[in-house]
Design a protein around this ligand. Structure first.
Ligand SMILES: Cc1cc2nc3c(=O)[nH]c(=O)nc-3n(C[C@H](O)[C@H](O)[C@H](O)COP(=O)(O)OP(=O)(O)OC[C@H]3O[C@@H](n4cnc5c(N)ncnc54)[C@H](O)[C@@H]3O)c2cc1C
Ligand SMILES: *[C@@H]1O[C@H](CO)[C@@H](O)[C@H](O)[C@H]1NC(C)=O
Length: 330
């Protein structure tokens, strides 16, 4: 049975993988494909950390994703996925009761108050993964091509145009921000991010959550880390802004207190500006007739990705009346 997907960002690719693994014949149409360095899609520009979020809905999606990347990091490091230590600080909570993923992640523990940087009220440490998009996106595309998935480069203006281009009835809409000007869903909104890729030997994710949103994410094989912490809703400014860069560096120094095992933000490789595909009210992951909506993952597209793929596959099963029958226990 054939399934068409609009979009080859991390959400479209993860959906293609789960569908192909289940035996579906998959075709993908996308304006940008792995390897493209345009700012019109988000996936090449993410950190990307697999970082479950305390208040994020869809725990099952995040759990399935965590397990997928954990296994992949051990099975095939050429995928650009690696296991790293994560230190998370919070200034918006004093205890870890909302950190539901403490039961999921290895080596989880709460830090002593004396280990916390200024203003932090809680610190936790555990293991998770980073994905280097520049390595992972082409890697996963080549795995998909081996599994028979076909990729077509085109911009489509509607679901019907995707149907006639791909000649499939079932369409997965994984178009990220899509084409905002023709968007039927007015809740879709870009959230601008600006980061710096800097040279570093550090292999640790450091994340300050709350009012002081600042982070470092290692990029495997790149000789560096990504430093960031900017979320500007609605902005479409594609240029890196010097004031923002200086502010990120300043906040990063406060966060890491100049410790030499962290990066020196002056060792600058590249500025990155990109737009997270957000949606007011949260992501959309549901079936409507023979269309499956899978967009609006904002700042956590990688963290939700494989779980979303598995859910998309279940929704396709439902459309086809193939959902698993409960096994009889008689
Ligand atoms: C600076 C930054 C840092 C980030 N860090 C992290 C992180 O650490 N962890 C994490 O989990 N997430 C992170 N994210 C978020 C993550 O990058 C996104 O959530 C994710 O990439 C979204 O994937 P997507 O597939 O939905 O969209 P996209 O990657 O934007 O892909 C959309 C796809 O649809 C195609 N498309 C769109 N419209 C059309 C059309 N009309 N016709 C045909 N094709 C179309 C595009 O060409 C593209 O192929 C970060 C984002 C930014 C910007
Ligand atoms: C497809 O997704 C985009 C977001 O990428 C959304 O704006 C658009 O409304 C969706 N199309 C349909 C027909 O639902």
């Amino acid at each position: 049975m054939e399934v068409g997907i609009i979009g080859s960002g991390i959400i479209g690719l993860a959906s293609a993988l789960a569908l192909a693994e289940a035996g579906y014949s998959v075709k993908v149409v996308a304006r940008e494909l792995p390897g493209d360095e345009s700012q019109n899609w988000a996936s090449p520009w993410a950190g990307a950390g697999i970082l479950p979020y305390p208040e994020g809905k869809g725990h099952d999606l995040q759990i399935n994703t965590f397990k997928y990347y954990w296994a992949l990091a051990h099975r095939d490091p050429t995928s650009g996925v690696q296991v790293v230590d994560v230190t998370e600080y919070f200034d918006d909570r004093e205890d870890d009761s909302a950190i539901w993923y403490k039961r999921l992640v290895p080596k989880y523990h709460v830090l002593d108050a004396k280990e916390l940087p200024e203003k932090a009220k809680l610190g936790v440490r555990y293991q998770s993964m980073t994905v280097n998009p520049a390595v992972f996106l082409p890697w996963i595309q080549s795995i998909l091509i081996d599994k028979g998935v076909r990729f077509y480069r085109a911009e489509v203006k509607s679901i019907d145009e995707a149907r006639s281009t791909l000649k499939t009835q079932i369409i997965v809409n994984a178009s990220g921000l899509g084409a905002l000007d023709i968007a039927a869903d007015k809740a879709v909104v870009p959230v601008r991010g600006q980061t710096l890729h800097v040279k570093s030997n550090s292999h640790e994710i450091v994340m300050f959550q709350g009012s002081h949103y600042t982070y470092q994410i290692p990029r495997m094989y790149s000789g560096g880390v990504v430093i960031g912490g900017v979320s500007q809703e609605g902005s479409r400014d594609q240029k890196a802004d010097a004031v923002t860069r200086a502010d990120i560096i300043q906040r990063f120094k406060l966060l890491t207190r100049g410790r030499s095992d962290y990066s020196d933000p002056q060792n600058h490789i590249q500025d990155i500006v990109a737009f997270r595909p957000a949606r007011k009210g949260g992501y959309r992951l549901e079936r409507e007739g023979s269309v499956i909506h899978a967009y609006g993952f904002n700042t956590l597209g990688y963290t939700y990705s494989y779980g979303v793929g598995l859910r998309v596959k279940e929704l396709v099963d439902l459309i086809l009346g193939r959902s698993k029958q409960p096994t009889s226990r008689l």
